[in-house]
Design a protein around this ligand. Sequence first.
Ligand code: GLN
Length: 541
Amino acid sequence: MTTKYVLVTGGVVSGIGKGITTASLGLLLKRRGYRVALVKIDPYINVDAGLIAPFQHGEVYVTDDGAETDLDLGHYERFIDEPLSKLANITTGQVYGDVIAKERDGDYYLGQTVQVIPHITDEIKECIRAAARHNDADICIVEIGGTVGDIEGEPFLEAIRQMRIDEGPEHVCYVHVTLIPYLETVEELKTKPSQHSVQALRRAGIQPTLIVCRSKLPLTEDIYNKISLFCDVPVANVIEGRDADNLYEIPLAMEHQGIAELVTEQLGLPSGEPDLDDWRDLVKRIKSPTHQVKIAMVGKYMNLHDSYLSVTEALTHAGAANDARVCIEYVDSEEIEEEGPEEFLSEVAGILVPGGFGDRGIEGKVAAIQYARENNLPFLGLCLGLQCAVMEFARNVCGLAGANSREFDPETPHPVVIYLKEQEYVTEMGGTMRLGAYPCVLTAGSLAARLYESGEISERHRHRYEVNNACRDELEAAGMVFSGTSPEGDLVELIELPDHPFFIATQAHPEFKSRPNRAHPLFRGLIAAALDYQADDKSGQ
Ligand code: GLN
């Protein structure tokens, strides 16, 4: 089948949920039996998200093939439940980088003047098509990041404008996601900003097929009519995208609005009936669980929840799997340093220490882990969380005073976590991190093997430092179990403490592989253990 394209733009402001809209549409089309590919375009100049600070960009989402991408790819993977490749995230930096490399090569452009149109736009279209081919997609959905009117976005808008002619109008559908703000003073929803954003889109030569109106209130008839009239779309193609309590409800609301039928109709495809029973069941379990459990997430950017988006989603999935609402207490580890762990952790049923970089707040994380270990409080450590757990155990159980990671104390007398020289993951980009999927072998009978119900797993990585193999014997002798290692045995992947009810940490980022209906085993295990802890705690009172 010829690949069809759905091209998603955004109006008025960024951050209105284009990513969720795109992911939802992907889910609804996939559930109708179509093979989909989802692509995020980020018009910034950075080559990828790897070097952008979390407080600017939110979480860096890592793919199996080791790309450091935008967090929207996380939504895509969670909704369509398929691993994406590095082709699924296109940036200005990549596009220009490729075009400049070809120009320097000499032969490619045969002496032409290299220009935005057609060379950059051709490159953009080729990147989009490559992503579609990679997935053998029937329908490729492309989300253009940012807002219509942004200077950086212009070459991308021009490229998707050209696609209507290149592919044929019947193979292309433009979806514009816009905001209908509610003005408190006059108690009215306002369409003017959306009218302007559609005007800007039309100036770029794109007439939207569908307009998704994000709004906190239901759209009135008057709003539908105004958008239809001023933006030149039939009323039926104006879609309400109302705020939802939880993002997994959004595809169901969009299905109810008939978005997938409108898209398939534009693309000349049969619509069919999607099977969404499991998704409805998931939403029900998230909305009205029997239990409730409090988990402390101890980290650095605790006021920036987007920095840990996949971790919080993984906890939601794990809650749904355990029929429990997970209430996350975001604890700033620097505050633990000042006031001690008791203050923040005595009321929770489990602790999670996520990944991170830099030495700020490290001692607070170590103190939180010590508290979990000594109080039989369930603990899950992710990446840096594993490294801190090893430091804590070395100091307080093995008696190695000052044990540390070389990342935080290059002069430490006991470097239990080091940068392995022989593991230089030097990539084209100049990165030095272990990135993407790596296999891991689990020790039979360990907690890890029981949770994963498997002897060999694969998880995604994003870190530089590793447990120092020279310290393994000493840690092991004191009771730490290395329950997962690389197949060659030279990299520690999972640690656990068998005489603790639930104390486990991984060098990987398992949060990237948790799916709404397939909660990740480590997160599911944490919540199950936290529920047990809570039950014991209550019965003991
Ligand atoms: N800073 C640590 C390292 O580079 C951990 C990284 C992480 O948690 N992603 O190894």
